[in-house]
Design a protein around this ligand. Structure first.
Ligand SMILES: N[C@@H](CCC(=O)N[C@@H](CS)C(=O)NCC(=O)O)C(=O)O
Length: 198
């Protein structure tokens, strides 16, 4: 059975939990206690040299990084549905994987970490960047239901958790109705599962 090295409050882990559930895949959770630094143990660094969750193990395949794991699951278990492989669609999906790993992680997710775990950062700058990216999502989603391909793909799954968790970073979604409607569409997907704060 697949194993997911996981931390319940991690939005990056939630991307993977959500995808596993949408694909109706069985897996076992291995809890990694981030507050005690278990992710930097020698044993864990053997799995992910960065010392971070999530990590997925599927037989002899070890994958770390939530975006990479979504790519793995979509291609290994989802056919063309969640990650189409024609050049145009695949690169369009990739754009949003980059946006989540960079723009969302460094703004919305960073602000949440500050309020949940007291991490130090320039909060004003993080919140300002958060509103810039939310404005871009709101505009993009004003013209379509899903980020790309007229259907849910791993682009949506990768961007969803931290956007839905934005209020935990004291970033209100009230000014972004198209984003809120998109969040609700994701919540309506068959197999959807939630996490604390969403
Ligand atoms: N780019 C990575 C980021 C992973 C990441 O930031 N993981 C956090 C939890 S959400 C973590 O393990 N933090 C503990 C640490 O860095 O020591 C991904 O998308 O999976």
């Amino acid at each position: 059975m697949m194993k997911l090295y996981d931390f319940p409050l991690s939005g990056n882990c939630h991307k993977v939990r959500l995808m596993l559930s949408l694909l109706q895949l069985d897996y076992e959770i291995v809890a990694v206690n981030l507050t005690e630094g278990e992710q930097k143990s020698a044993a864990f660094l053997q799995l992910n040299l960065l010392g971070q969750v999530p990590v997925l193990i599927d037989n002899d395949v070890v994958v770390w990084d939530s975006q990479a794991i979504l790519v793995y699951l979509a291609r290994r278990y989802g056919g063309e549905k969640w990650l189409p492989t024609d050049a145009d669609s695949m690169s369009k999906v990739m754009q949003w994987l980059s946006i989540t790993a960079n723009n969302i992680q460094n703004s919305i997710a960073a602000a949440r970490l500050h309020f949940l775990f007291n991490t130090q950062l320039d909060l004003d700058l993080a919140q300002q960047k958060a509103h810039q990216i939310l404005q871009i999502f709101n505009e993009h989603l004003s013209k379509r239901d899903w980020l790309e391909c007229d259907r849910p793909t791993i682009a949506d799954i990768a961007c969803f958790p931290y956007i839905a968790l934005a209020p935990q970073g004291k970033i209100s979604l009230d000014a972004y109705p198209h984003v809120t409607n998109w969040i609700n569409r994701i919540k309506d997907l068959p197999g959807y599962i939630s996490m604390p704060g969403v």
